[in-house]
Design a protein around this ligand. Sequence first.
Ligand SMILES: Cc1cc2nc3c(=O)[nH]c(=O)nc-3n(C[C@H](O)[C@H](O)[C@H](O)COP(=O)(O)O)c2cc1C
Length: 246
Amino acid sequence: MLERCGDASEGFSPEQKQGLYRAIFERRDVRSQFRPDPIPQAILTRVLTAAHHAPSVGFMQPWDFIVIDDPAVRGAVKGMFTRENARAAAHYTGERATLYRAMKLEGILESPLNLCVTCDRTRGGPHVLGRHTIIDTDLFSVCLAIQNLWLAARAEGIGVGWVSILDPVELAQLLGLPAHVHPVAYLCLGYVCEFLAVPELQQKGWRERVPLETLLHHNRWGTAMPDGEWLGAHPGHQDARESKTP
Ligand SMILES: Cc1cc2nc3c(=O)[nH]c(=O)nc-3n(C[C@H](O)[C@H](O)[C@H](O)COP(=O)(O)O)c2cc1C
């Protein structure tokens, strides 16, 4: 007989769940729809606090946030983007090249705030709990902070756009990052005139969302999921199924 612990599976209220899923499904990467309105400090702090509550390997919290509103810094970043984007565009030919060049892939100057999220790869000392085998778990942790930020911003009505078409070495130099601090994300933040219903890349015909069913495997790669109502029930816990509806 397995020992039972308490049951906290009630979860959130229907309204709370709806709010969370709404933030997830209505979050967008924003480039073209920024309004110039400034962002109140208190709201930015709420969004950054959400980022700071992300999970991190060994509770390392390797992130820092550089809030950028200086037009000179943003202008320099925009210049870096323009050069890198021209290099990226050269990889496409024909219709794909035309479509690539027509797409707006950043809102560095149109958004009122830019934010660089960094990873201090030395924070927590040389042996961070849980990072022994996979050294990049610090970078994964920073990405989770960015996702928290992205969702919290959406709930606050603030759009976020991730600009990765930048040379990280050049960006680190421009922002004066110490050698052990890696720039993970350069983000554009601001209120928007619209959150698109679908990703802009989908709207412009670049790529569709892949159906979830085609991405699911059961127990090992390539084996289809079984049909059935329940998954993962322990044989000793059959009774638990009766009291729960999925
Ligand atoms: C790591 C990462 C880097 C990205 N870099 C860029 C970028 O440089 N320019 C851009 O326009 N969008 C960028 N995006 C946004 C994606 O294009 C976008 O998330 C995707 O098309 C899905 O759209 P959605 O975020 O609106 O759902 C990036 C997203 C991620 C997660």
